[in-house]
Design a protein around this ligand. Sequence first.
Ligand SMILES: Cc1ncc(COP(=O)(O)O)c(C=O)c1O
Length: 405
Amino acid sequence: MVNYQSFLGIETSLLKSSEIRDLLKLTEGKKVISLAGGLPDPSTFPSEDIRKITDDIIRDESAQALQYSTTSGVMSFKKELVNLSKMRGISSINEDNIFVTVGSQEALFMIFNIFIDKGDYIAVENPSYLAALNILRARQPNFIGIDVDPQKGTNLDQLEAKLKELKRENKKLKMFYVIPTAQNPAGTTMNFDDRKRLLDLASEYDFIIMEDDAYGFLVFEGDSPAPLRALDKEGRVIYTSTFSKILSPGLRLGWVVAENDVIKELEIYKQNVDLHTPTLPQYIAREAIKRGVIMNNLPKVKSTYIEKRDVMLSAIEENFPKEAKWSHPVGGMFVFSWLPEKINATKMLEKAMNRGVAYVPGASFYHDYSGKNTMRLNFSYPSKEELKKGVEILSKVIKEEFSNS
Ligand SMILES: Cc1ncc(COP(=O)(O)O)c(C=O)c1O
């Protein structure tokens, strides 16, 4: 047999498979409550609306909707994306500032590949979104980790200190990848003053910001603060968001809002990857925006998740050891927990799975695999009963591990 490992290109061999996917495989077919995934609750999908929209499109517009389309996205869809972006407070843009992608994952993949070279300095939150870190790891940059505190959020004092240090050494930060709203995994949301401060720092030290707003529409407690892109006067922010959390992840649709120069680079890159995002889902999502399906469905999505979050948080409060800390997310789909330092959540996983519960160990959300005592727990997909039971089992495992360590 051919040993394909020995034939792999260098960058490919640096790509790691997502730990979450590997984990989900291990739980398949077993009686394990999985708090490890990140799937939306399927009861939130507006299936009947999507059926009606699809019927209408196939009846009235099949010649275009089933055809190849342009690389940057279907024009009538981009028009609606301008409107949707406005609902997040992003104005003063037109269709030329929009780029449609296969989920926001593709947007992140392309942007990091376009901008980040080996040895570049890139700041990421510690912890940050695992699948973004995996793309970046293959680019071999110099990572700068910016701590996220469960209460205070992303530590901009630390960022500023790092920027000063780099400047003293005649080095420069190129990009900060940041998830300011309902951060995955930490669940924190950057306040308005910090958003302004971050933009000021970007201006002073001349770096670009990759803003991931995956959960911007999914803030279920209090208001969702305006994204950085909405406050950005210099065009420094490249913004991405997704339909995965507000309509359906299976449609695989995301979008970018950026300056024309960035859009042009994306166009060249994507032509080489997949020519364009599938046309039919773009027509479906266009109608879902136009007919108000997304906005009308959001209250249901939010109420589903706030209830589930509360079930998870009460179970945690009741059962977790008092030495542990955890986030109180105002949006998104995850609670993140900082366990006592002695506990290694990666090592503990096997024991937890044998007892019937899975989670994602937090280390892989840290660019340097620190954060060994942390874990991410998903509340959007499991049923309320599973959430309660899962946390109860997990708490017992944690307490045993704590007293044995
Ligand atoms: C922070 C963040 N960014 C990006 C994504 C990618 O989502 P998608 O490719 O489905 O748009 C996710 C998915 O969970 C996410 O949590």
